[in-house]
Design a binder for this molecule. Structure first.
Ligand code: IDP
Ligand code: MG
Length: 147
């Protein structure tokens, strides 16, 4: 089982899409093992996006990411990282498949609704920015045998 870190960006919250987005992950059999609704600190966002520091879009990204509350989530499942990135869709909503989250709700690259870690190493690193070890739960999904 693999763990994936996801953040619903401030425009997902402001547009009333929290339930819709979480529903997609649940319906796909991914298990929520941690979740919270927070105002991210600038330290947390700098750490999350540190690989992009210095890029042309960095300042705009940071301003947008800190513009309101976000939902941070840890999802668990078989090949969860690939699965979540597939459900989320490509970075540019214009290139994201119809039916993916970004392909359905995204209007611009910067405000593309959801963040999802791109590798096991980054998922481990990013979930630690937002969650303490004891905040991550363990339980079985009822549907586990049918996935
Ligand atoms: P990802 O979120 O699909 O992994 P990354 O390349 O890691 O994409 O970029 C992180 C975030 O930075 C994107 O989700 C998007 O919000 C923003 N971003 C990436 N490239 C651009 C750009 O060219 N213009 C504006 N924002 C961008
Ligand atoms: Mg990325």
């Amino acid at each position: 089982m693999e763990k994936e870190f996801v953040m619903l960006k401030p425009n997902a919250v402001r547009r009333g899409l929290i339930g819709e987005i979480i529903n997609r992950f649940e319906k796909r059999g991914l298990k929520i093992t941690a979740m919270k609704f927070i105002n991210p600190s600038s330290d947390q966002l700098e750490e999350l996006y540190k690989e992009h520091a210095g890029k042309s879009f960095y300042n705009g990204l940071m301003e947008f990411a800190s513009s309101g509350p976000v939902v941070v989530i840890i999802l668990e499942g078989n090949r969860a990282i690939e699965m979540v990135r597939h459900i989320v869709g490509k970075t540019d909503p214009l290139e994201a498949s119809p039916g993916s989250i970004r392909g359905e709700y995204g209007l611009s690259v910067r405000k593309n609704i959801v963040h999802a870690s791109d590798s096991q190493e980054n998922a481990e690193r990013e979930m630690k920015i937002f969650f303490d070890h004891e905040e991550i739960t363990e339980y079985e999904l009822d549907a586990q045998d049918d996935i």
